[in-house]
Design a protein around this ligand. Structure first.
Ligand SMILES: [Zn+2]
Ligand SMILES: [Zn+2]
Length: 342
């Protein structure tokens, strides 16, 4: 585990921590080139359909307690391993290393949550750190809360469509041939389509083997499909999106960073640690986002466990300089992508 102190950005004394919602501070326009009515129809249709199917899962014909438990467990496991640990802390910020088989396996889990390919997710998130809460942050709530939560995904953002974004932000990711293949062969779509019959088959086979009629087993299969895929995906989406929206508006600040990031208790708990977002902007490389003892960070606990059994190495601990800085001192966090220089 890395323990050597890492330098932090320059500090200057500011007013005491501000707990007020940040939206009142100022408004900024949408990123350059965005036309609110240039809609991204494929995303709108898929996201809309998933929401409708997720709601249908709660109708009497489809609802099952086993499905609901599967959706909740799947939300936490896929969100924790796929999005938090792999896409965010490992690939985006290089806060740890894992064996390639494990890293690639977690990427497949992340892709089953229908949140972009690894290169694109990483590129967008590094851009967010570099320009957080100023132009051209891809999803700041200073443009509007709706924009930061989901609006930014539903319209065409020219800056995010250029190939240059990969060159600028995700060159390291695309050195791995596995990730290049995922981009080239549209595996994001294939993984999400393939998991549907798998979940149906899991439900059908379990019910049929336990003596249910084919008709009843089909119903169980559909229930497991609806909860295991659509409800889970929608829940993971909104938890990830809440980190972009809620934790830049509501919550407290341990660090006076130069953007509006906040630590939000609700998002911190339901996202398994990603909601301690002010801590994260203050120290993006750290694999641990919960800095106070009560800021529960299940993703960090999982990384610590993986390190103990030899499946995580080069784990980056919180910056020792942060704890010793003067209270209220300002941290410059913009301008870097939160990833080590190559
Ligand atoms: Zn942020
Ligand atoms: Zn980050």
């Amino acid at each position: 585990m890395t323990t050597a102190p890492r330098p932090i950005a320059k500090a200057a004394v500011l007013d005491p921590t501000d707990l007020a919602p940040s939206l009142a501070n100022s408004r900024i326009p949408l990123p350059a080139g965005v036309r609110p009515f240039q809609l991204n129809w494929p995303y709108i249709i898929v996201i809309g359909a998933y929401h409708v199917l997720a709601l249908l899962a709660f109708l009497p014909g489809y609802f099952s307690w086993s499905g609901l438990i599967l959706a909740i467990a799947g939300t936490h496991l896929c969100g924790l391993f796929g999005i938090n640990l792999c896409y965010h802390r490992l690939l985006t910020h290089r806060g740890l290393k894992c064996p390639k088989w494990l890293e690639h396996g977690m990427v497949v889990i992340a892709m089953s949550c229908l949140q972009e390919t690894p290169a694109r997710w990483v590129a967008i998130h590094r851009r967010h750190h570099q320009f957080a809460d100023e132009q051209p942050d891809p999803h700041t709530p200073l443009a509007s809360f709706f924009w930061s939560h989901i609006g930014w995904i539903l319209v065409h953002q020219p800056e995010l469509s250029r190939l240059g974004i990969y060159e600028r932000y995700a060159k390291d990711i695309l050195r791995d041939r596995f990730y290049v293949a995922l981009e080239r062969h549209n595996w994001l779509v294939w993984i999400n389509l393939l998991q549907m019959p798998l979940f149906f088959a899991l439900g059908f086979a379990t019910a049929w083997l336990s003596g249910e009629t084919p008709a009843a087993a089909t119903q169980t299969g559909l229930s497991i499909l609806m909860f295991g895929v659509f409800v889970r995906t929608v829940l993971v989406w909104h938890i990830t999106w809440a980190v972009n929206s809620v934790t830049h508006v509501w919550g407290y600040r341990n660090y006076e960073t130069d953007e509006d990031s906040r630590n939000n208790i609700v998002v911190g708990l339901i996202s398994n640690g990603e909601g301690w977002h002010n801590n994260h902007h203050a120290d993006p490389r750290s694999a641990r986002h919960g800095h106070r003892w009560w800021e529960i960070d299940n993703t960090w606990l999982t990384i610590r466990f993986l390190a103990r059994i030899g499946l995580a190495t080069d784990v980056v601990a919180p910056n020792a300089h942060l704890a010793g800085r003067p209270r209220g001192s300002r941290l410059t966090t913009r301008g870097t992508t939160g990833v080590p220089a190559e």
